[in-house]
Design a protein around this ligand. Structure first.
Ligand SMILES: Nc1nc2c(c(=O)[nH]1)N[C@H]1C(S)=C(S)[C@@H](COP(=O)(O)O)O[C@H]1N2
Ligand SMILES: [Mo]
Length: 424
């Protein structure tokens, strides 16, 4: 694949891209090269140096600078019928490093955000256990706790792109992912306390939202690295992320990470097996489906430049930045191409490198101002290589929604504007 010269056709599904024009308009304001106000430039004294600023505690809970208003979650209204069963997207094109700030973590709810009073919240463990148990939040905080950084990706991330390039911005095409530091109790400790019976094989964690969302989780995974978490990035979970308690299922698809966690039933078979069809199965080209596709395969995306983060200079020093992650552990390396896959160069992974967490990569180059076809390709520590979208379609067809980890292409134009395209 690498180094094979090929004719490049660029394609883009125009008909739906106009449907997001509304959100794109919102985004357009996000990268203005604002004309500088001469009054604020040397040798003048700028506005902000002439007066005393706000005192301490004027904002008891701090907020970002007013000049960062564009760094927000966004949704695509036509995607879902209601906002309670919907999704918002992380503004990954505006972030750096690997940690997602709490206020901009994407949200996915099936019945809106439950507002849970922690004093009244309980975690119940029942089913195939020696002693069914009921824990208060205070009880849970008496177990030894750990701190771990993990990404969470919805299985439907990039799901709109199966049939072709559609949404114009990585916030929309790859933004159903976030990565925070969780503080919580290894689920193993809690299960040990209740005493799991020897015939137990599956757990059914359940949420306290109106959807009472539940999932089947193999006991083996629960005992391996799952957490029952109450903090994210040092502070209490946000209501939209499951306050006061959520399940953390490292490297596995987001729908298993039950929020507002209120109960874990221990059983000997998967609960979804009792239903005729399961949600979160992947429909294949031949009509068969893949079930229990829990692990999130290696994926990467260039977050800047990207459609919402165009290049604002004419040429010269240019920084490409992006994210890579794998549900199987570490990212080994990321390659990037400027010419649609003819030549690949090694990107530089910078900052923390942790298994099942986002990795931040950079590639610095001198842009000559000519159009680019940017792609990134991640390889994880198991040797798994992120596939092209066409490679994925050959195996999985186009009827899927879930698990689209194909290589993203950005077409950078001479004016620095960037478009979501596909090449073949
Ligand atoms: N109780 C409950 N837990 C839930 C959901 C839900 O609707 N209810 N949505 C799931 C899905 S599909 C995903 S992708 C993740 C999203 O987590 P986030 O909102 O923190 O991004 O939560 C999961 N846990
Ligand atoms: Mo999800």
């Amino acid at each position: 694949m690498a180094g094979t010269p090929k004719k490049t056709n660029i394609s883009r599904r125009g008909f739906l891209s106009s449907a997001v024009a509304g959100s794109a308009a919102l985004v357009a304001g996000s990268n203005p090269l604002q004309a500088a106000n001469p009054e604020n430039m040397a040798p003048n004294v700028p506005d902000w140096s002439r007066y005393l600023g706000a005192g301490v505690a004027e904002q008891p809970y701090g907020m970002p600078s007013e000049f960062e208003k564009q760094v927000i979650r966004r949704n695509v209204p036509w995607l879902t019928a209601s906002t309670e069963s919907s999704v918002s997207f992380t503004p990954i094109h505006e972030l750096d490093g690997i940690i997602t700030p709490n206020g901009v973590c994407f949200e996915r709810h099936h019945a809106g955000i439950a507002m849970v009073d922690p004093a009244d919240h309980r975690l119940m463990i029942n089913g195939l256990v020696d002693k069914p148990m009921m824990f208060t939040m205070e009880d849970l905080k008496r177990f030894p706790r750990v701190n771990k950084i993990f990404f969470l990706e919805c299985a439907a991330n990039s799901g709109m792109e199966w049939r072709g390039a559609q949404l114009n911005g990585c916030q929309f095409t790859q933004g159903m992912v976030h990565c925070v530091e969780y503080t919580g109790v290894p689920l193993k400790y809690i299960l040990e306390e209740a005493g799991v019976k020897t015939n137990a094989k599956w757990l059914m964690p359940e949420g306290a939202d109106a959807a009472a969302m539940n999932r089947s989780l193999p006991l083996e995974k629960a005992l391996d690295d799952c957490l029952v978490a109450f903090k994210m990035n040092g502070e209490a979970l946000r209501p939209e992320q499951g306050y006061p308690l959520r399940l953390v299922v490292p490297g596995w698809e987001g729908n298993l990470w039950i929020k507002w966690l209120r109960r874990i039933e221990v059983g000997d078979m998967p609960w979804q097996a009792r239903e005729e069809t399961s949600k979160y199965t992947d429909l294949m080209e031949d009509g068969t489906s893949r079930r229990f596709t829990w692990v999130m395969d290696a994926k990467s995306v260039i977050t800047s430049p990207s459609p919402q983060a165009p290049i604002t200079h004419k040429k010269g020093h240019t920084v490409i930045s992006g994210l890579a992650w794998s549900g199987r552990g570490l990212i080994d390396y990321v390659d990037i191409t400027l010419d649609g896959g003819k030549n690949w160069r090694r990107a530089r992974i910078d900052g923390l490198r942790l298994p099942k967490a986002l990795h931040r990569f950079y590639y610095e180059f001198d842009w000559d101002g000519s159009p680019l076809l940017l792609q990134s390709r991640a390889v994880d520590e198991t040797g798994y290589v992120q596939p092209t979208k066409d490679e994925l379609r050959t195996v999985r067809g186009t009827s899927s929604i879930y698990h689209n980890n194909g290589i993203q292409t950005w077409h950078v134009q001479e004016n620095g504007q960037v478009e979501n395209v596909e090449i073949s």
